[in-house]
Ligand binder design. Structure first.
Ligand code: HEC
Ligand code: CU
Length: 413
């Protein structure tokens, strides 16, 4: 009896030990786990605003660690020192309880105030610093307006005006100049969302009827993950976006490309289709959710590769897709500038082919995933508003039509 209970308990501990060991082993393989890095890490930061927020976090951590060690130490000391050492002591009436020592109590109040002051000084400095772009950097500031929609983001560039249209508008991928402060006006069209780019800055709520803003800066060119950080309905958890920071020259090129109307693919006979320049750099793995690892391994290069036309474009198919875009209600919700589509309830698709991700950072922007999205957006992203106006109105696409639409969307660089 005793032996068997001993055995079961050893087995139990053994299992727990094994589980712990396996966990350590598994996480041991993950370099990023120990570095506390990941797409949305606030510990590995890439800009001054996030860095300032991290510093406040560390100050608070250290102060509370010191308090923990002191209080834990005194508790452990008292527990060991004053425990009942034999049966007689266990049964004894506890000694008369005191009402505290005024000196210790005053000391504790003083120490708490000191701890709060130590935390408050960098916190207040951080709040002022992150609130708005510092005076001496104001002249260099670039301005963008971000608007939250259920469940995607619209980005407008007021300083890039397009004749007859207004400000340059994109969706789900926020392209910014690296090394410059960027002031972001924060708006919402429906419910409360929250704008957060963990490695750069955040979070500030997107509130109905309230003009919030924040500023951020990326030290270097890079590809960053953003996320809506305020519960906003069905697809809140997958309401993401990307931030792409580019060098001044790349940024100017990007603006020039984006402010021009959508591409028209009409190759002349004998003309060669341009080749994608980075796409063949590596081979990438793909998981079942439709996200390849190329944005993990070389995110910025992979994004840049998307800026070039796809290999082997089929002009006839693209033209067919363009016509379908107008006839299958797509144009009533989406804008494709220069192609006569001016809908505003969905993301602007003028240059959709040049974005790395679809549906607010959820799936990769490639032929297979585009087709999956067009066929049944609701099964990819629960509750999203595209399915409502389109499949619910009994718009059906044949396989050929899907392929043509995909070719068309991919050509919009
Ligand atoms: C009722 C309005 C509506 C109609 C009609 C509609 N869409 Fe959409 N579409 C949306 C909305 C809203 C989203 C954003 C969904 C999300 O991510 O939550 C979207 C997203 C997309 C995206 C991804 C954009 C991005 O930035 O990630 C593509 C591509 C797209 N739609 C293509 C189409 C095509 C092709 C059609 C026609 C067959 C179509 N849409 C019809 C509203 C619509
Ligand atoms: Cu949201």
């Amino acid at each position: 009896m005793r032996l068997s209970s001993l055995l079961t308990s050893t087995a139990r501990w053994g299992r727990a030990g094994f589980a712990l060991g396996a966990l350590a082993l598994l996480s041991g393989c993950d370099y990023n786990f120990w570095r506390m890095d990941g797409h949305q890490s606030t510990i590995t930061v890439a800009g001054p605003v996030a860095r300032s927020q991290l510093e406040v976090f560390y100050v608070t951590c250290w102060v509370t660690l010191v308090i923990f060690i002191l209080v834990g130490g005194v508790l452990a000391y008292a527990t060991l020192k004053f425990r009942a050492k034999n049966e007689a002591e266990e049964k004894a009436v506890p000694p008369e309880q005191g009402h505290g020592n005024p000196l210790i109590e005053l000391g504790l109040i003083g120490a708490s105030v000191l701890a709060l002051v130590i935390i408050a000084i960098p916190t207040l400095k951080g709040i002022w610093y992150t609130y708005d772009v510092p005076e001496d950097r104001k002249a260099d500031t670039y301005e963008i307006t971000a608007t939250g929609y259920q469940w995607w983001f619209k980005f407008e560039y007021p300083s890039e005006q397009i004749a007859g249209t207004g400000a340059l508008t994109t969706g789900n991928e926020l392209v910014i100049p690296a090394g410059r402060p960027v002031r972001i006006n924060i708006r919402t069209i429906d419910v409360i969302h929250s704008f957060w780019v963990p490695k750069l800055a955040g979070k500030v709520d997107m509130m109905p009827n309230r003009a919030n803003f924040l500023w951020l800066q990326a030290d270097e060119p890079g590809y960053f993950w953003g996320q809506c950080a305020e519960y906003c309905g069905d697809s809140h958890a997958v309401m993401r976006f990307r931030v792409i920071a580019l060098s001044p020259k790349d940024f100017a090129d990007w603006v020039a490309q984006q402010t021009s109307p959508a591409r028209n693919v009409t190759p002349k006979p004998g003309e060669e289709t341009p080749k994608a320049q980075f796409a063949s750099l590596r081979t990438f793995k793909q998981n079942e959710t439709g996200i390849t690892d190329k944005y993990e391994i070389a995110p910025l290069e992979a994004w840049k590769a998307k800026q070039f036309p796809e290999k082997g474009e089929n002009a006839a198919l693209i033209a067919q897709g363009k016509a379908l875009f107008a006839s299958k209600t797509c144009a009533s919700c989406h804008e494709v500038r220069g192609h006569g589509a001016a809908g505003i309830s969905g993301p602007n698709l003028t240059h959709i082919g040049a974005r790395s991700m679809l549906a607010a950072g959820l799936i990769e922007n490639n032929a297979e995933q585009l087709r999956r999205w067009i066929r049944d957006p609701g099964s990819v992203k629960p509750g999203n508003k595209m399915a409502k106006g389109y499949l619910d109105n009994n718009i059906k696409l044949t396989n050929e039509e899907e392929v043509a639409l995909v070719a068309y969307l991919q050509s919009l660089k």
